[in-house]
Design a binder for this molecule. Structure first.
Ligand code: FE
Ligand code: FE
Ligand code: ZN
Length: 261
């Protein structure tokens, strides 16, 4: 995966720890990992971002579903320690009618069972579109989870441009205002990564449909402003646009040329 990243002009990448719908992880290959670590050093990669499966729901009503989330995340984080210093992002979950307060409590409880003071991996909450009973569609909910986590120094936030725009944060007309609100609730120091996507559905639609850069309602101009924003320009950016490698390569080239030196 490191080679592919280089081929398309990237200096980091996101990967799923296992099938996005859940299931077993591929066995860890120490030789692969050593080669990847060497390549990352040689090409000054930014930290990698491992993505938890979508099926993980830390705040399900069914305790077996919560236990599954616990097991998957524990195992993923244990594996990631063998490639130290990278990041892990997960969708906070859906409270399925229990209320966001209960959802927040369950998510924080799980994190408190899992996080270890000695771990080198940062665990990131992703900002969500706020569809249905999804937790994390408003910054306040993410802040409340972080407040309840004991080892909160191990935690951060991954901002998804498609999701926050769909959730009703206007990064097209008021990026400064959105970042101010983020800072006042979560705190800018918590921001560790950005998922850079355009949105197939309009502002405030609360739907999660990624579009290619410039092919959605956010538009290329707003996303270029975002990658150049003084508060964001040093972040690692991860594309989650519907693309094949050639499409990613084209987007990376375009974004790099629009990035002010
Ligand atoms: Fe995600
Ligand atoms: Fe995302
Ligand atoms: Zn999404």
């Amino acid at each position: 995966m490191g080679r592919t990243a280089l081929e398309i002009g990237a200096n980091t990448f996101q990967f799923f720890t296992r099938n996005p719908r859940g299931g077993r992880a591929k066995p860890f290959d120490p030789e692969d990992a050593a080669a990847l670590a060497a390549l990352m050093r040689e090409h000054s990669f930014a930290p990698l971002l491992a993505h938890a499966p979508y099926a993980l729901n830390a705040c399900a009503a069914d305790s077996r579903v919560r236990e599954f989330a616990y097991l998957v995340m524990s195992e993923d984080l244990e594996t990631l320690e063998r490639l130290p210093g990278n990041m892990y992002v997960f969708h906070p979950g859906s409270h399925v009618g229990q209320g966001s307060g209960e959802g927040i409590r369950l998510i924080a409880d799980m994190l408190n069972r899992i996080l270890r003071p000695e771990q080198s991996t940062s665990v990131l909450l992703e900002t969500m579109a706020g569809r249905g009973t999804e937790v994390g569609g408003v910054f306040e909910e993410l802040a409340q989870i972080l407040d309840r986590v004991d080892a909160s120094g191990k935690m951060g936030v991954c901002l998804d441009t498609c999701h926050i725009y769909a959730a009703g944060y206007d990064i097209v007309n008021d990026l400064d205002g959105v970042l101010r609100r983020f800072d006042e609730t979560v705190g800018m120091v918590r921001l560790r990564a950005v998922h850079l996507n355009d949105s197939m559905t309009p502002f405030g639609s609360r739907k999660d449909r990624h579009a290619r850069i410039g092919e959605g309602f956010i538009g290329a101009e707003a996303l270029v402003r975002l990658i150049n924003h003084p508060e964001l320009r040093h972040m690692p950016f991860f594309l989650e646009t519907p693309n094949e490698p050639a499409g990613y390569a084209a987007e990376i080239t375009a974004l790099r040329s629009a990035y002010r030196k």
